[in-house]
Design a protein around this ligand. Structure first.
Ligand SMILES: Cc1cc2nc3c(=O)[nH]c(=O)nc-3n(C[C@H](O)[C@H](O)[C@H](O)COP(=O)(O)OP(=O)(O)OC[C@H]3O[C@@H](n4cnc5c(N)ncnc54)[C@H](O)[C@@H]3O)c2cc1C
Length: 400
């Protein structure tokens, strides 16, 4: 009997993980992407925080933490199935969360939310399987001396939070290699997907239309992230609003020497962060500087990356903003041997709004997941941190 043919649209973390999982379950998979390689877009250029839910301290409920937690706890498990060992590519210490006086929640509310999330984690059966064992998860206050060592202007409190991040560029390279090595996956790169249409009925075969021609499949999975809604519309899955696309630029630095600048985040209002993956590879972002495009159209065009003086000015703006709240971070910029500015899309099923608005829909991220029309599936990845887990579950469902 011939193998079922699956088209996976989009070779980001979701599509790549899904393609490998489907192939390992016996399907004949074709993986499409307009880029020249898998993992070249948002999944390469983000910070890789493997969320436990603490970032959503301004969600008045624990809905986001509950939605995000199961996949985050098992990120390491499913990521290892895809690429092997992660040792040496995960941040070594807990994250430092700094609370700014202009945050949308005060220190007491933040503390209570942190404690509620820690309890959720402690009760979860997979808590010991996170990147480090978090079965005894707790958030501790930074002592005043520690806080004054790290914090700059406007910071009113600091917490040590048991979350880790993965070096996304390293992971992107490994996952792209895994896709290439998987015998059941054929990659159609440099190919833009234009449409997906049922041939007879939605439960039957589907035609994928691309700028390189058409092809027919038994099952289609749309994991196009920024391009997903456009193709959903052609497939007869009308997007349910509201939604919001943003494009964020960030700075990726490799330093000459090792630096012990801690992985630190200022969130829930003023928002920016530094990730120290291994002492020499850093992610740095300041949200208001990096947010260069936003919209509620079906698809947002990626803005051109800055070059020349604009590039220098961008790096400088991020540095100035970060140094204001985390003065020690200047060492990373001063010792840079390689600096890249790149960005990615954030899609959210919400109205959007400013992060310093307590009613902004962006403080809540508990709505993402899979929609289906017959043999056509559309996946809102939601978070990098849950993608390998979601991909494994969806592949099991599709493979039956
Ligand atoms: C700055 C930033 C920081 C973030 N930080 C975190 C974090 O710390 N933790 C976390 O969990 N999440 C984070 N996210 C979100 C996370 O990066 C995304 O949820 C995740 O990477 C999306 O994965 P994906 O595979 O769905 O999308 P992508 O990686 O974008 O993959 C989709 C692919 O589809 C391709 N494509 C799109 N349209 C078409 C088309 N028409 N034809 C052909 N190909 C097409 C693209 O080229 C792309 O390769 C962050 C996002 C940004 C931008």
């Amino acid at each position: 009997m011939s193998r079922r043919r699956a088209a996976v649209l989009g070779a980001g973390i979701m599509g790549s993980a899904l393609a490998i999982n489907l192939a390992r379950r016996g399907l004949d998979v074709t993986l499409f992407d307009r880029e020249a390689a898998p993992m070249a877009a948002t999944s390469r250029w983000n910070e890789g925080k493997i969320h436990l839910g603490y970032l959503y301290g301004a969600d008045p409920t624990t809905a986001t933490a509950e939605h995000i937690l199961p996949g985050g706890l098992l990120f390491g498990h499913y990521a290892r199935e895809l690429v092997g060992d992660l040792d040496g590519h995960i941040t070594a210490d807990d994250d430092i969360y700094l609370l700014h006086r202009d945050s949308v929640v005060g220190a007491d509310v933040m503390r209570a939310k942190f404690d509620a999330i820690s309890e959720l984690i402690q009760r979860h059966p997979d808590a010991a399987r996170y990147l480090v064992d978090v079965s005894d998860a707790k958030v501790t206050d930074l002592a005043p001396a520690e806080l004054s060592d790290i914090a700059g202007e406007g910071i009113v409190a600091g917490f040590r939070v048991p979350e880790r991040s993965v070096d996304t560029r390293w992971f992107a390279n490994r996952l792209a290699e895994a896709v290439a090595a998987e015998p059941g996956v054929t990659s159609r790169l440099g190919t833009t997907v234009l449409a997906a249409e049922p041939i007879d009925a939605p439960d039957g075969r589907w035609r994928v239309r691309t700028d390189g021609g058409d092809d027919d499949f038994d099952v289609v999975v749309n994991a196009l992230w920024s391009g997903r809604l456009t193709v959903d519309t052609t497939a007869g899955l009308a997007p349910q609003g509201p939604w919001n696309h943003r494009y964020r630029l960030c700075v990726f630095i490799r330093t000459r020497a090792e630096h012990d600048v801690p992985s630190t985040i200022v969130a829930v209002g003023p928002f920016g962060d530094v990730k120290n993956y291994n002492g020499r590879d850093f992610y740095l972002s300041w949200y208001p500087v990096g947010l260069v495009a936003e919209g509620a159209e079906l698809e947002l065009d990626a803005p051109a990356l800055p070059t020349g003086p604009d590039l220098e000015a961008f790096i400088d703006d991020v540095r100035v903003a970060l140094e204001r709240v985390m003065p020690g971070v200047g060492r990373v910029f001063d010792d840079a041997v390689d600096t890249i500015v790149h960005g990615g899309f954030v899609f959210a099923q919400s109205r959007g709004g400013a992060l310093d608005d307590p009613s902004s829909g962006l403080h809540r991220r508990d709505r993402y997941g899979v929609e289906r029309r017959g043999a056509y599936y559309s996946v809102d990845t939601g978070k990098y941190s849950t993608a390998p887990w979601s991909a494994s579950r969806l592949a099991a469902e599709i493979a039956g």
